[in-house]
Write a protein that binds this ligand. Structure first.
Ligand SMILES: [Zn+2]
Length: 263
């Protein structure tokens, strides 16, 4: 029996999937992608995320994503705190973070990110971090805060040294479609350098298409292809990569999985 895979980061609540969500789940399961971590992005969408979280095969985070900074209000921070109180099924704070491509909202991004990091710290929850062109600044902040439950640097794209800095802080890096591009030489070096328990597999669906699928909607079934490419880069078997990444995701997010039974 093949080892089960987890999509450690996918936005299955997005309207991109409204027309065929069940078929998307079915295609993923066809290639042994059996569990899905869906983060929250803005307060108006949390209800949809919470609804998905009622499924046994979905675990959820709640957070305020830097990409949607214009949508966030100061009151959303308190609303997030309340939502975490009222829903004990929420396994992480996030998606939150810093995206340096939008430098005009830099200060606001840090304001909301810091508030969510503090929540993750007081509640001892892992944090799901979106970090684009800001690896060193984010690592510096995490070093100051010392979060008790670590977290995920999702869609990691950086150097071996930056990956190691996050791992030293108790974080793991998320590997997704970016690893399938031949030109991503620095990221490939980072993938080869990671310890077996330092990464999880993800898609960021519907975004981050794999090489050869540019312009198409991404979906969790593609975790199997990410697994194949990571195995190739690390010169390990696909089974070994699947087992390691699934175990790491289960540990990081305390997922309610029977890993032995699932094999
Ligand atoms: Zn995301």
């Amino acid at each position: 029996m093949p080892v089960m895979l987890i999509d450690a980061h996918c936005h299955l609540d997005f309207s991109d999937f409204d027309a065929d969500r069940e078929a998307v789940f079915a295609r993923a399961k066809n290639v042994d992608v059996e569990h899905f971590v869906v983060p929250g992005t803005m307060s108006s969408r949390w209800q949809n995320v919470l609804a998905l979280g009622k499924r046994d095969d979905v675990s959820i985070g709640l957070g305020l994503h830097p990409y949607f900074i214009e949508a966030h209000r100061e009151a959303d921070i308190e609303a997030l705190e309340r939502a975490l109180d009222e829903n004990d099924g929420v396994i992480a704070v996030g998606e939150c973070g810093i995206d340096a491509r939008f430098d005009d909202t830099w200060d606001q991004q840090w304001h909301f990110f810091n508030a969510q990091l503090r929540l993750a710290k007081t509640r001892k929850l892992p944090v799901i971090i979106h970090c684009v062109q800001a690896n060193d600044q984010v690592a510096k902040r995490l070093r100051q805060l010392k979060l008790p439950a670590g977290g995920l640097i999702h869609a990691f794209s950086g150097s071996p040294e930056q990956a190691q800095a996050f791992i030293d802080l108790g974080f793991v890096v998320g590997l997704g479609g970016a690893v399938t591009y031949p030109r991503a030489k620095r990221l490939h070096r980072a993938v080869r350098s990671l310890p077996d328990d330092g990464f999880v597999l993800e898609t960021d669906s519907p975004d981050m298409p794999l090489c050869g699928q540019q312009g198409e909607r991404n979906e969790p079934a593609n975790v199997a292809k990410v697994c194949r490419q990571v195995a190739r880069l690390r010169e390990q078997s696909e089974e070994a990569i699947a087992a390691a990444s699934t175990q790491t995701a289960a540990r990081l997010f305390s997922l309610p999985l029977d890993l032995d039974g699932a094999r």
